[in-house]
Design a protein around this ligand. Structure first.
Ligand code: ADP
Ligand code: MG
Length: 676
């Protein structure tokens, strides 16, 4: 842990240890210890005019003070206080030491909410003392031994020493244009509020400060990234251009307008000799991201460089491997290899590869590869850990990089956290796709549903997935056991005349089973949620999700995305025994909304961005003031940043990094999507 350095008097070693628990090591950290809420005690009144249930402050003389011990070993402190207009009782619990601070006969200010107790006007647990009464008082995040009271006292006693340490970091013109409160004043007002209105302005200024800090961090990363040259330069010659056109023409389908747009954006990155591309391709499940990856890969291999295509699961890697082989079947000179933990290849083989499709098993072979990589593609990036990709590439000479995700990232989040990435969106599904019909199936309708599926499979020769419950704590043994039982039950009792297979985390021959399923030798694939991402078997048009309530909305959407991948009407059945109205509402929303972006937005409103994008926030302390759903604030800070850099292209962005934030950023930078 870092040593504490306080210039303030009165913070000894014991206190600094306690402060360290709250992440406070310096005076500036102390100023950045932002109150979570406030109570307004600024209304002062006489005792007789003090209204019930109002927060207010009175001034009165202590007539009596008693420590009362109750039968249960608790104790109560009771004081009677009066002014010229009347009397009031004050009650505290378990604070016998109060007798030392409150002297009978002396006059104090007391603040709190007036209630009626045993027939008398009473304030329960009133605050007293100058820092805690007669004004708006801040409530701080506390730790054992450091109460809000303590923070109020230390900050108000030292404010004149603390504020000069705050240096305004925005140009005057910007402060004027956006009517911002000066930074030192904002800190003062946040800790020692004078007026509600000013407090709001102060919090707005500091919220903008937080956002500017994140956004400039992204920008700095982007600038750093653009100073690099790509590890290898790729070129588009007329002959290469011709070959790509030919490949596109040979595809079994016509690219959607959106795919064409995204492909051109991607290609532009790849041929830029000055800067390595760093692009995130978003597109709903089934929108056709793989083909963009394939074109980029083909282009890279025509340039005689290696592409690494990283997939989150072995099943998915194998599927991509097959897709690539079949689409590039007329190009045997392009050597496509598969590397997973169960499909190991030799160093020599690795050296003779143009396209390496792999799982994270590749990370252990990075030394053999690093120099050859022209392009790195990461599929379903949200499935990868933060640190993994940095092991693969040299931060000083990164290859072109493409990440792909089906989880739509709200604009506010991408502006704040991902400003260093170029963003492409495939916002269109291939034509002829029908929205998946989704139904909530209560227990009583289960067998009816099974019957319907049986008929449908026999009549229309379609196939089905049945996803077994997700087991919390991801205990794989439990999950396997539950899935095995369910599989036996379904094969014996429900579908004895159909062919079923089971895949779970411990299935050894899952590749074979997937293969058989693909070749229609299996009617129903019973599986644990391991098929969640990427699997593409268009003839499978029915999806049952058991105990649907256990899945998050994004996961449900991914699962549902396994069907509806062709032009046949597909169906998704959500089994649930839940009767909790909140859960049912969530599932009903899912039932009524086929689009991933609607679902993401709803999810965001339910859970908040912190939880969903925790990965992106890695290394950032959570935001204290700014609300990531407040798009207006985010746009404003974005605009401010633009204005600043336009006015002065040489403006040193690092001065916008919140000192509190920047300290953390040094320890661990934002590496999930933003390459470092
Ligand atoms: P995702 O974006 O979820 O990764 P995929 O790339 O797996 O989607 O594509 C889903 C399915 O759609 C695949 O079977 C693919 O062959 C098919 N596909 C992709 N692009 C088109 C298109 N333009 N027209 C018709 N089908 C397409
Ligand atoms: Mg995919």
């Amino acid at each position: 842990m870092q040593p504490s350095i306080f210039k303030l008097p009165g913070i000894g070693p014991k206190t600094s240890q306690k402060l360290a628990k709250l992440g406070i090591f310096t005076d500036i950290d102390l100023l950045n210890h932002i109150p979570t809420r406030y109570i307004d005690f600024s209304h002062t009144t006489t005792i007789s005019t003090a209204d019930l249930n109002q927060n207010l402050t009175i001034t009165g003389k202590i007539n009596s003070f008693n420590n009362i011990y109750t039968r249960y070993g608790k104790n109560i402190q009771k004081a009677i206080v009066s002014d010229t207009t009347g009397k009031i009782s004050l009650i505290w619990f378990n604070q016998p030491y109060l007798a030392q601070s409150l002297k009978v006969g002396d006059t104090y200010k007391f603040a709190g909410k007036i209630s009626e107790y045993q027939g008398a006007k009473t304030i329960i647990a009133p605050q007293f003392g100058d820092h805690n009464t007669g004004k708006i008082i801040p409530i701080y995040p506390e730790t054992h031994g450091l109460s809000s009271k303590w923070f109020r006292k230390i900050i108000s006693q030292n404010i004149s020493q603390l504020l000069p340490q705050i240096i305004e970091n925005l140009p005057n013109s910007i402060i004027k244009k956006y009517k911002l409160m000066p930074l030192d004043l904002a800190y003062s007002e946040v800790h020692l509020p004078t007026k509600e209105k000013l407090l709001q302005k102060a919090r707005q200024r500091l919220a903008i400060q937080e956002l500017l800090s994140l956004q400039s961090y992204s920008l700095i990363q982007k600038q750093k990234w653009s100073l690099n040259q790509p590890l290898h330069t790729l070129k588009i010659s007329p002959s290469i251009s011709q070959k790509i056109k030919k490949l596109i023409d040979s595809l079994p389908f016509k690219l959607t307008t959106s795919q064409v747009k995204v492909w051109h954006q991607t290609l532009k990155d790849l041929v830029n000799p000055d800067t390595p591309g760093n692009r995130l391709i978003q597109g709903d499940v089934g929108s056709g991201k793989t083909i963009i990856a394939l074109l980029a890969t083909y282009f890279t291999s025509l340039n005689k460089f290696l592409t690494i295509y990283l997939a989150p699961t072995e099943i998915l890697a194998k599927q991509h491997y097959q897709t690539f082989n079949s689409i590039l079947t007329k190009h045997p000179q392009i050597r496509i290899k598969l590397l997973t933990s169960s499909n190991k290849i030799t160093d020599k083989d690795l050296k003779n590869t143009d396209i390496l499709i792999c799982t994270h098993a590749v990370l252990f072979r990075s030394s053999t590869l690093a120099q050859k990589i022209g392009l790195l593609i990461i599929d379903e990036q949200h499935k990868f850990g933060v640190k993994q990709r940095s092991r693969l590439t040299d931060p000083l000479h990164p290859p072109h990089t493409i990440t792909m995700t089906a989880t739509p990232i709200p604009r506010t989040i991408s502006l704040t956290y991902l400003g260093n990435l170029s963003l492409s969106t495939i916002d269109q599904l291939p034509s002829g796709r029908l929205p998946v019909k989704t139904f909530l199936v209560p227990n009583s309708k289960k067998s009816q549903c099974y019957q319907w599926i049986k008929t449908e499979i026999k009549k229309n020769h379609v196939q089905s997935y049945i996803v077994c419950p997700f087991i919390e704590e991801s205990d794989i043994n439990l999950e396997v056991k539950a899935a095995t039982q369910e599989f036996e039950f379904l094969s014996q009792n429900i579908f004895p005349d159909l062919k079923l297979a089971l895949i779970h985390g411990k299935t050894k021959n899952s590749q074979d089973l997937i293969e058989k399923f693909k070749n229609k030798k299996i009617d129903i694939l019973v599986t644990t949620p391991i098929i969640e991402v990427g699997i593409d078997i268009p003839n499978s048009t029915i999806m049952i999700i058991q105990s649907a309530e256990r899945f998050g909305l994004a996961q449900l959407h991914q699962l549902r995305g396994r069907v509806g991948r062709g032009s046949t009407q597909s169906y998704c059945y959500l089994f649930t025994q839940s009767i909790d109205p909140k859960t049912l509402n969530r599932l009903k929303f899912f039932q009524q909304h086929p689009s991933g972006s609607d679902i993401a937005e709803y999810d965001l409103s339910l859970r908040g961005p912190g939880e969903i994008f925790s990965e992106l926030q890695h290394g950032h302390p959570s935001l204290k003031l700014a609300d990531l759903q407040n798009s207006q604030l985010i746009e404003t800070s974005q605009q401010i940043l633009k204005d600043i850099t336009r006015q002065n292209p040489k403006f040193n962005l690092s001065q916008l990094l919140n000192p509190h934030l920047s300290k953390q950023l040094k320890i661990s930078s934002l590496t999930s999507l933003a390459q470092n």
